[in-house]
Design a binder for this molecule. Structure first.
Ligand code: G4P
Length: 525
């Protein structure tokens, strides 16, 4: 098969949702369709369960599961589908944001009862930054929830996207009868407690036909006709091109746990979702069909076994063909490396691959060479851009608790930051190390991993900060500002200056007084 054919075959995407909306359940159903797993329950949720007391062994166990399910590949209708898993837990949102840079499209799961939730907002925002094509799956139609039009309004209003429903529910909860697949003009009837194969699909290309009454009764048929008419007049006609540009988002309705409405979405996804896309580097755009291999690391996972310190770095292939045991340029380190055990993941199975193509994600065993954002090429000096890092929301000063173990302390911190567990800032005034995270859980994870993996005992000191804002401007302005505000300045891992704002008010007033400086809550790896 030619490189072009390999590329056209691939669809690499992520499923995102607020925890509990049904991401894991949907993933599992997709894998069942693809034959990647045979029984339900084979994919364990990688979400860190919402325990208030953190059980570290549980976190460790779940981290292990999430390595296995980081990438789930399966074949469906002649396509190679790669699902990149994203942690649902809000405290690990940064990990999810980075994973979203490695996908070409995404599916957003929304719970009909809960509507758009906090994590949905954040994750869709990140997708919108890159104009990632999105499909929405409104889940749990077997339960009572919002009116279907209301959920569409909510998605549009709160997420700032335009939607086009491609399937439409008939009733909900106890009265849920099924969906009308607008995309394929078919009626799928919901049989509660029936197996997926027993759900009935009827081709109804003209919903005016009396046949509709036979299947769903007079009342529902009338409502459906009326609603479909409304949809046609209110929402734009579905155009694949608009979806690919990220301008409209198709919406499907269903019930993942009942495997209902999922196939409709998957079939449409396979038709419309983009193959591996052109990607941006600091010097030029790279086309997937270019002969020379290139790719970037978007995720690093430490080994669970403390005796083996090696890690797995996840590489998204962006162009050309990746070959095992071939020398590639590690651009940041300016050195050649080859990989003898590049690993592909298929649900819970791992296999060593000889070759991999754009859109694929492979795991590379790493003894500390990689950082998130690193680029590998066949020799060209370029760096993939666009992996975002956001201002943390929680901060603590981290101190070494064992004066004899400074080396271990620095090494551990360094490696955990390379993995992207949290962000480290060094305050210029006193060289104190400040750890910034999205959630409180990471502080405990860091403390635990520092001790168990690196033999370094750490303690934290509280630090009340609102946000860390990256500052840019003319070099002389930055110099003047940083020396005036020394107390509030720190350097990030790349050595870029950040302003540590104690409160929203301080930040606003500093912004007002220093129009020559730009403050940003986002940076890039
Ligand atoms: P997540 O990965 O997005 O966090 O969600 P997950 O799939 O784990 O689903 C969260 C809960 O919602 C699960 O119930 C799951 O069974 C349920 N669920 C998923 N899809 C549907 C649906 O279409 N209808 C209904 N009624 N429920 C659905 P749980 O009780 O938390 O877990 P479990 O014991 O069922 O696994």
């Amino acid at each position: 098969m030619s490189l072009q054919q390999e590329i056209n075959k691939r669809k690499t995407f992520g499923i995102v949702s607020h925890p509990d909306a049904g991401k894991t359940t949907l993933t599992e159903k997709l894998l069942l369709f693809g034959g990647a797993i045979q029984v339900a329950g084979a994919v364990k949720s990688n979400k860190i369960k919402k325990t208030t007391t953190s059980d570290f062994m549980e976190i460790e166990r779940q981290r292990g599961i999430s390595v296995a399910t980081s990438v789930m590949g399966f074949a469906y209708r002649g396509k190679q589908i790669n699902i990149l898993d994203t942690p649902g837990h809000a405290d690990f949102a940064e990990d999810t944001f980075r994973t979203l840079t490695a996908v070409d499209s995404a599916i957003v799961v929304v719970d009909i009862a809960k509507g758009v939730e906090a994590q949905t907002r954040k994750l869709v925002k990140v997708c919108r930054m890159r104009a990632t094509p999105l499909i929405f799956f409104v889940n749990k139609m077997d339960r009572e929830g919002l009116d279907a039009f209301d959920i569409l309004d909510q998605i549009e209003g709160e997420l700032n996207v335009s939607v086009v429903p491609l399937s439409w529910p008939i009733g909900m909860g106890q009265r849920f009868k099924g969906v009308y697949n607008i995309y394929e003009e078919q009626l799928s009837l919901f049989r509660p407690h029936a197996k997926q194969s027993e759900s009935e699909t009827i081709i109804i290309s003209d919903i005016k036909t009396d046949e509709l009454e036979e299947h769903i009764g007079e009342e529902d048929a009338a409502v459906l006709r009326e609603e479909i008419e409304m949809i046609t007049s209110v929402y734009p006609k579905f155009e694949k091109e608009d979806y690919l540009k990220g301008e409209i988002c198709p919406v499907f309705f269903g019930s993942a746990v009942n495997n209902f409405g999922v196939k409709e979405m998957l079939d449409c996804f396979v038709d419309i979702a983009p193959p591996p896309l052109t990607r941006e580097t600091n010097v030029r755009l790279v086309q997937p069909e270019e002969e020379n291999f290139s790719g970037f690391i978007f995720k690093i996972h430490a080994n669970m076994d403390p005796k083996h310190r090696d890690r797995i770095a996840f590489l998204r292939i962006c162009s050309g063909e990746f070959k095992r045991n071939t020398n590639y340029l590690h651009v940041r380190q300016e050195k050649k490396i080859k990989f003898s055990q590049p690993t592909a993941f298929m649900a819970a199975q791992k296999t060593i691959v000889e070759t991999a193509y754009p859109g694929d994600v492979i795991g590379l065993y790493d003894s500390g060479n990689f950082k998130i954002g690193d680029t590998l090429t066949e020799g060209e000096v370029m760096r993939y851009v666009g992996i975002p890092t956001f201002s943390p929301e929680k901060f603590r000063i981290v101190e070494n608790n064992d004066p004899m173990q400074y080396k271990k302390f620095y090494k551990g911190l360094d490696q955990l930051m390379d993995e992207g567990v949290a962000q480290l800032f060094i305050r210029t005034l006193d060289n104190k190390r400040i750890i910034g995270t999205v959630g409180a859980l990471q502080f405990e994870v860091i403390q635990y991993r520092m001790e168990h993996e690196y033999g370094a005992r750490v303690r934290y000191e509280p630090l009340r900060l609102f946000k860390a804002a990256w500052i840019t401007g003319k070099p002389e302005d930055i110099k003047a500002f940083t020396s005036r505000r020394k107390r509030d300045i720190a350097l990030d891992k790349k050595g870029d200056p950040v302003f540590l704002a104690e409160t929203q008010w301080t930040l606003n007033s500093v912004k007002e007084n220093h129009p020559e400086i730009s403050f940003s809550f986002t940076s890039e790896y």
